[in-house]
Design a protein around this ligand. Sequence first.
Ligand code: SF4
Length: 365
Amino acid sequence: MRIGMPHMGNLYIPFKALFQRLGVDFIIPPVNNQHTLSLGVKHSPEGLCIPFKLTLGNLIEAAELGADTLIMPAGYGTCRLGYYAKTQEQILHDLGYSFEMVPVGVSERKLFGILEMVKRLSNNASWAKIIAAFRFGLAKLNALDKIERVVQKVRPREQAKGTANHLYTEAVKAIDQADDYKILKAVQTEYIDRLNQVANNGHSQPLIVGITGEFYVVLEPFSNLDIEMELGKLGVEVRRTTFVSEWTRFSLFLNPLGINEKDRIHKAALPYLKRDIGGDGWESVGEKVLHAKEYDGLVHLAPFTCMPEIIAQNIMPKTKEDLPVLTVLCDEQLAKPGVLTRLEAFVDLLERRRRARNNHQRILV
Ligand code: SF4
């Protein structure tokens, strides 16, 4: 059995560690690139959202590399995610690939759905072996997310532009190569130390911009043209609440106790939106309300034609909480120069607002 799965950020690293420890052949397709997107676009119905197109491109590339078992997230939600696996399976069969599609119900069974899938794909390995392999994958996931959080803070403050990105790329590679806990811990400590020592440009209070929107486009830099890095280059500190390690922590320990990580954010959205609308639309509205006092602005990432995010986009301007929101629609037409121009204009607006607010406070004093 040769397993393949689509990309979403660095998620392939913990999965690779997990499957390697279980002795399962895991095929990693090339990280998302223009060819992946072209493949996905060519074989997808035109109006589908970009997560569908990119993941289809990954699955085609994995099948080309010999994967005969394809894992695909699925779910019962209100949006089209529930149809992804079935539709992609049909498209791949029509293209002549021979494989078994393994849909993983992430919305219903959460992490336990993933563990059950691993049990089956590892030829019924013992639970002790699966849990041990899973723990190591989780340790890698936590290390990746911890370092990424530090990178978000260092980028806007670094003197030599690109230093944090360079260290981040090195760290991701080192985490991928670490084959025991001791090395992994040492890599994490080393890179966090090095990032904290990056020479500062003297801007101690950069603008703070939150990133919200649909889960996939928030976590897959190729789909959003690496918007976090671009904001960092413009001297902006990015804050994001969506991390896979957070989802895992809640799914594993807190959800079974009845604690839902999204309760607070749903409550914040309630005056404007009273129910789940699929995907992450409810959360996008809640993020604006919840962080209006803490952030200078919010970048809302929405796949083109994504119904939940279109609803959120239309509600956000009407909340009484005042926070500028820039919605970026992600699809295959998104181009770097256009995004950069919009980001520069947005940052300029936020700087003016902050200056005006500071002047106003000075007058009051
Ligand atoms: S949330 Fe939006 S982008 Fe994501 S699967 Fe649903 S419709 Fe597509």
